[in-house]
Design a protein around this ligand. Structure first.
Ligand SMILES: NC(=O)C1=CN([C@@H]2O[C@H](COP(=O)(O)OP(=O)(O)OC[C@H]3O[C@@H](n4cnc5c(N)ncnc54)[C@H](O)[C@@H]3O)[C@@H](O)[C@H]2O)C=CC1
Length: 497
């Protein structure tokens, strides 16, 4: 599918997927360009799907749902398991596609594909054991519950983890017996198609997983469609609000995975080497474009100088460049406007009195073919205050803000003083403090002595404005199914009439 080196990929096939095959949309609501961030090349001009195409996709998904909902959990699990096997088998090709379209290093893209097939495997396993309850009632009567699918679900994805988001949404949806229509971000239209092809080859009925390309207009057609039962969204807070509002008109349940400005708290009794590594992992994966990043790094006063020195040293060593090269650890940002936005945050940080200890500049790799890519050096800010823009707002780029604190009570207050609540982290050797702090942090995921590890067995999702509903873990079954109660009368009807 994909060429092996940066600057050579050409998109030839249609980018919508409907009824088990790639198709061109029957109508359009405009066009969007997708780039190769490493070179700035346009690699695809998308036809954004119009209302007719969305209607066809929903119709096709509905047909597949009628077949799929009647399968046993075990049968559904077998298809998911085969799909997981194929993702694993095609890991390199999928990772290359992801790197070309997103810009993250091939090293990281491979890790994303690992969590993707693991997610498929995990829900394949759960599919077979989904069941209701039997409840005994007076006089031999009884009731039972059936865990039933919702119907046609819509997944809307962000551009930072295109393939992984498609898997995290579709695996639990399909395991529960739903069909899914997935709309990738128009910046990253490519890799969801590879997943669609895999599902079909693995034995999913045609239409069970359709891909519809487009931006806001296409997303609205999907959310407003009367035969769509649920929307699962990953993206920004403002768009999340719109999704919820649209879905409310149809009383449709939503899962919202939104942004964050997560705190990472480093106590003086920590293992410093691990804390430094943790801070880098919390800030610089995927060029810092990660929703759960721990971008507010609170460091206890006694160790802040030592910690900062080591963080800067290790940040300087991050190899930036062609993301398809094996030893690259940081690629380009997603596009030009986003790079400008991130650099703008650094400018305002300086104006508000922060010190740039390292990085935060546009970067031009030596390879001439990368000249028009969207690279920057990762940035460490110190002398930050809680009221600065760089500390309050989600930057979604490789920018770490270091803040000093004295006491546990103080840092908890400051860490929780945000409208977001996606994740949080604490580094300490004091086991009681670790759990006490984790219990007090207002966040959907709290890491103790690590950061940004997301095993599929654990639920992931937000508190506060970071959203609600969960992805991964057992609990996600609840978000893709509904419970039917069946009452069974064994005696006669007693009527007051
Ligand atoms: N909590 C999480 O799991 C994650 C959250 N994010 C958040 O996503 C944001 C970055 O992603 P972006 O793609 O820029 O976010 P975005 O909100 O601009 O777009 C997300 C998706 O929504 C679609 N969309 C835009 N307007 C729409 C509308 N009116 N109706 C329906 N769909 C619409 C877009 O085409 C795209 O597919 C960041 O704020 C980040 O924090 C990103 C990744 C993971």
């Amino acid at each position: 599918v994909a060429a092996m080196s940066t600057g050579t990929f050409v998109q030839l096939e249609p980018l919508n997927y409907r009824g088990g095959a790639r198709v061109e949309p029957v109508d359009s609501s405009g066009t969007e360009k997708a780039f190769e961030p490493a070179t700035g090349r346009v690699i695809a001009t998308l036809q954004c799907s119009g209302e007719n195409e969305v209607n066809l996709a929903v119709k096709s998904a509905k047909d597949a749902f009628e077949i799929w909902r009647k399968k046993s959990g075990m049968e559904r699990g077998q298809v998911l398991l085969e799909a997981a096997r194929m993702v694993k088998e095609q890991k390199d090709a999928i990772a290359i596609m992801e790197t070309i379209n997103n810009g993250k290093s091939i090293f990281e893209a491979r890790l994303d594909i690992d969590t993707s097939w693991q997610c498929l495997e995990y829900y394949a396993g759960l599919a077979a054991s989904m069941a209701g309850e039997h409840v005994q009632l007076p006089n031999g009567s009884f009731g039972y519950t059936r865990r039933e699918p919702l119907g046609v679900c819509v997944g809307i994805g962000a551009w930072n983890y295109p393939f992984q988001i498609a898997c995290w949404k579709s695996a639990p949806a399909l395991a529960c017996g739903n069909a899914m229509i997935f709309k990738p971000s128009p910046f990253t239209p490519m890799s969801a198609l590879l997943l669609a092809e895999i599902y079909t080859k693995a034995g999913a009925p045609p239409g069970l997983f359709n891909v519809v390309q487009g931006g806001a207009a296409t997303g609205q057609f999907l959310c407003q469609h009367r035969h769509v039962a649920k929307v699962s969204f990953t993206g920004s807070v403002p768009t999340g609000m719109k999704i919820m509002e649209m879905s409310s008109k149809g009383i449709k349940p939503v899962t919202l995975e939104l942004g964050g400005k997560s705190p990472l708290i480093i106590f003086s009794d920590c293992d410093l080497e691990n804390a430094v590594k943790g801070a880098l992992v919390a800030n610089f994966l995927t060029q810092g474009q990660v929703c759960c990043n721990g971008t507010r790094v609170f460091v206890q006063k006694e160790i802040i100088d030592k910690f900062t020195k080591e963080v800067v040293k290790q940040t300087q060593n991050i190899r930036i460049g062609d993301p398809l090269l094996e030893d690259t650890r940081m690629g380009p940002l997603i596009n030009g406007p986003h790079l400008e936005r991130v650099l703008g945050f650094i400018k305002s940080a300086k104006e508000e009195g922060a010190t740039v200890l390292y990085g935060g500049e546009p970067y031009e790799p030596t390879d001439p073919k990368l000249k028009h890519g969207y690279y920057m050096t990762p940035c460490i800010l110190t002398n930050c205050r809680d009221d600065m823009t760089c500390v309050r707002e989600e930057i979604f780029g490789p920018v770490m803000s270091i803040l000093s604190f004295k006491t546990e009570a103080e840092v908890l207050d400051r860490a929780n003083d945000t409208t977001f609540g996606l994740a949080a982290g604490v580094f300490t050797r004091d086991i009681q403090r670790a759990h006490r702090v984790a219990a007090e942090l207002q966040a959907g995921t709290c890491y103790i002595n690590n950061y940004n590890v997301s095993p599929v067995e654990l639920p992931f999702g937000g508190y506060k404005k970071s959203g609600f509903g969960r992805e991964n873990g057992r609990v996600t079954i609840e978000y893709y199914s509904q419970l039917k109660t069946v009452y069974v009368e064994m005696g006669d009807v007693e009527s007051p009439f």
